[in-house]
Ligand binder design. Structure first.
Ligand code: ATP
Ligand code: MG
Length: 409
């Protein structure tokens, strides 16, 4: 198959690496290969072991390639983790044409103007995403090209990451023998696959509870309004279960998934769960309710911090479309209800949509990001809004790092 006919979406998460190969010559991306590998090289969404992460990437991509019967050179890579931050900035330019008709060039200039601010040297820009344009003081303009005006402004959401965390992630990919087509913020990808466009227009929060972190993003009028991260996820629930029940972490993970629920009031006092002791010496029994109370305490803490993130975002009102929960932990029993109570808004489960082919394999909420990456790749071809990252001095940061690493590996 010619290289241009397919893309690979790669979600490098704290718990797992997921690779999705999709054919792009059809109306919707057609999934022809999926590979998943456990990842032990990350903490809280940040690479702490380059070798380990590279191995997991190789495993996941290798499996997806074998299923698809293709060989890949490059991937669309998602980025997340506790180092991600986002804020709003405004750019202003004068419309240059004599007839005062706004052109694509004016739009590019105003977006460039929005990226002029004091960025600390240890941070780099990942995305500059226009929220809205303002033409001669009239706000709420989505596409100003063709409009008449003298003053063009943009309200843009700037997403930044820690340079070292971005570099370590890229280094793992290059070490795995792959190149990077583009880097996309994970919740932006999850938003592509798990949100409906009507929700994104109205205003909606997407909450991705993974293994190491919980990503929070708000969309409004079709664009990203805010992105934040809570540095807690399913791993913390597992570790509470391990400590609380004095059982090894791998057993705690199994017990959590098989018998856990996030709402203690729904769990039975009479159904018992068998808990292996530390050191493999015998078993004890505890009630499902006791297990649920450990899980609920941590899940409440996570959703409390999610509520703080939403508050911190400065979103001016109640989020009208409510929240959509994705990520592996969204599969836990009772978690939607607990989330709805904690955030005081309607909550639904977000599963990836909009693809064809082997979509059943990636139908769970843990695959929202990986599937979103191929959707993003397909839409990105015609989307001019998402700016490729460039430094203020010009030249792509990723390009420079990529070239530097290519020489190393
Ligand atoms: N059925 C289930 N019930 C409860 N928890 C589950 C279930 N299935 C998966 N999980 C949890 O989901 C988490 C993994 O989610 P996911 O695959 O979305 O994480 P990740 O993308 O690798 O990590 P991150 O996004 O935080 O970097 C693990 O903590 C796992 O225990
Ligand atoms: Mg994830």
């Amino acid at each position: 198959m010619p290289a241009r006919d397919f893309v690979v979406g790669l979600d490098v998460g704290t718990g797992k690496v997921a690779a999705v190969v999709a054919q792009m010559d059809q109306e919707a991306p057609n999934i022809i290969g999926v590979g998943v590998a456990a990842n032990k090289g990350m903490r809280k969404g940040v690479v702490v072991d380059i070798e380990g992460t590279a191995r997991a990437v190789q495993d996941a991509v290798g499996r997806a390639e074998r299923m698809a019967g293709v060989t890949t050179r490059s991937v669309y890579l998602s980025i997340a983790g506790a180092h991600i931050a986002s804020f709003n900035n405004r750019g202003v330019v004068a419309v240059t044409a004599e007839d005062k008709e706004i052109t694509e060039a004016d739009v590019q200039r105003v977006i460039e103007a929005a990226r002029v601010f004091n960025l600390p040297s240890d941070r780099e820009i990942i995305h500059v995403l226009p929220r809205e344009f303002i033409v001669d003081g009239y706000d709420g303009v989505r596409d100003p090209v063709g409009m008449m005006g003298v003053r063009l402004e943009v309200e843009a959401q700037i997403v930044t990451g820690a340079v070292t965390s971005v570099q370590n992630l890229l280094k793992s990919i290059y070490k795995a023998g792959l190149e990077v087509d583009d880097v996309i913020l994970a919740p932006l990808a999850s938003g592509e696959s798990a949100l409906q466009s009507a929700e994104k227009d109205l205003g909606v929060a997407i909450v991705d509870i993974g293994a190491g972190t919980t990503d929070v993003a708000i969309f409004e009028q079709g664009s990203l309004w805010y992105a934040g991260v809570v540095p807690l996820g399913g791993d913390h629930i597992t570790s509470d279960v391990a400590v609380g029940l004095r059982t090894p972490v791998n057993q705690a993970e199994k017990i959590k998934i098989e018998c856990g629920t996030a709402l203690a009031e729904d769990a039975s006092d009479d159904s018992m769960v068998s808990i292996p002791n530390m050191g493999g010496t015998g078993k004890r029994e505890i009630s499902e309710r006791m297990l649920a109370s450990i899980i609920e305490a941590r899940a409440r803490e996570i959703f409390g911090l999610v509520a703080n993130e939403i508050k911190k975002s400065g979103y001016p009102s109640v989020v009208p479309g409510g929240a959509v929960l994705t990520g592996g932990t969204a599969s836990m029993k009772g978690v939607l209800e607990l989330c709805a109570r904690s955030l005081d808004m309607p909550v639904r489960l977000g599963t990836p949509r909009g693809v064809e082919g082997l979509k059943d394999i990636v139908s769970g909420p843990a695959f929202a990001t990986a599937v979103g990456m191929v959707l993003f790749a397909s839409r990105d071809r015609s989307r001019a809004q998402v700016m490729k990252r460039e430094t203020r001095t010009g030249g792509s940061v990723f390009g420079r790092i990529r070239n530097a690493f290519r020489e190393l590996f």
